[in-house]
Write a protein that binds this ligand. Structure first.
Ligand code: SAM
Length: 289
């Protein structure tokens, strides 16, 4: 079969099926075989692995996944693409296609059914309009996932892989760090896609932590602290946390707690690591009256 992730391979399929791009579904198909190679190599998949692919499109990445993985489950929202994918890969025994919105799929049930004995690996060229909700749904729901290797907007990859204190570092960076170790695999220019998107992209790999990297007494509280700390980046913790009624602490009590903690009331949240947030949250939890 001709390689789909090339300009010729992609054009051949688009013409054969008179495919009409759906802008609302973030369709930018990969046409660069070297980038595909990087995705496959960095995802570390073997014939023992079950892979979940989100948004197979016309099958540019799917084709290589079917060759390299034990099993491939691809979830695609666009009904126009279903017969194309069925015709390309329907005969492959290790391929299963699901026509649905990934955000509506019960992922725990799907993984338990399709891969009961092994955690799965997620590989995808994600639709950019819902990158963050997809990544957070994969991370937050305690799913049996080993790693997530995804093409995302470069800006998102930079943000998720950035260190404390940097411009891109945000609440989402700290949250992702709680669940996984991010690694920026490669930057990908816009001419590697058809049609060309307006932004550059990057391949990001998230390896899920097998054990928690921090001990937290009250997870909900820690995430609340993280979120409020970044709402106004230039403000001190005393001001950002003091403005959050959900924390249930008066400014006076908060000031006293922050002063007594090693973090201090005048520190800005953007300089704190996940470990700092965990320590601060535990301190508040243990010392509030
Ligand atoms: N994997 C293909 C490739 O690399 O060429 C296509 C990638 S394209 C960036 C994103 C794909 O996700 C499209 O096929 C699009 O129809 C699909 N998609 C968009 N929203 C989706 C959703 N909510 N659930 C499942 N698939 C979705």
């Amino acid at each position: 079969m001709q390689k789909i992730a090339t300009p010729e391979g992609t054009k051949a399929i688009l013409n054969k099926y008179a495919f009409i791009f759906q802008k609302k579904f973030g369709q930018n198909f990969l046409i660069d075989p070297h980038v595909l190679d990087k995705i496959i190599k960095s995802s570390d998949i073997t014939k023992k692995d079950c892979v979940l692919e989100i948004g197979p499109g016309i099958g540019s990445v799917t084709q290589a996944l079917i060759e390299n993985a034990g099993k491939v489950i691809s979830v695609e929202i666009d009904k126009q693409l279903i017969p194309i994918l069925e015709e390309q890969f329907g005969k492959e025994e290790n391929f299963k296609l699901i026509h649905n919105d990934i955000l509506k799929v019960d992922l725990m049930e799907l993984i338990k059914k399709e891969s009961p004995d092994r955690p799965i690996k997620v590989v995808a060229n994600l639709p950019y309009y819902i990158t963050t909700p997809i990544i957070m749904a994969l991370l937050e729901n305690e799913l049996p996932i080993e790693s997530i290797t995804v093409m995302v907007q470069k800006e998102v990859a930079d943000r998720l892989a950035s260190p404390p204190g940097s411009k891109q570092y945000g609440a989402i960076t700290v949250s992702v760090n709680y669940f996984a170790k991010p690694y920026l695999v490669a930057n990908v220019p816009r001419n590697c896609f058809m049609p060309r998107p307006n932004v550059d992209s990057a391949v990001l790999k998230l390896t899920l932590n097998k054990e928690p990297v921090v001990e937290v007494n009250n997870k909900e509280q820690m995430f609340r602290i993280i979120k409020s700390s970044f709402l106004q980046r230039r403000k001190t913790l005393l001001n950002t946390l003091g403005a959050n009624a959900e924390l249930g602490l008066s400014k006076e009590v908060l000031k006293e707690l922050l002063d007594r903690s090693e973090i201090g009331a005048t520190t800005r949240g953007e300089t704190l690591s996940l470990q700092d947030f965990a320590r601060l949250s535990n301190f508040i939890d243990e010392n509030r009256k």
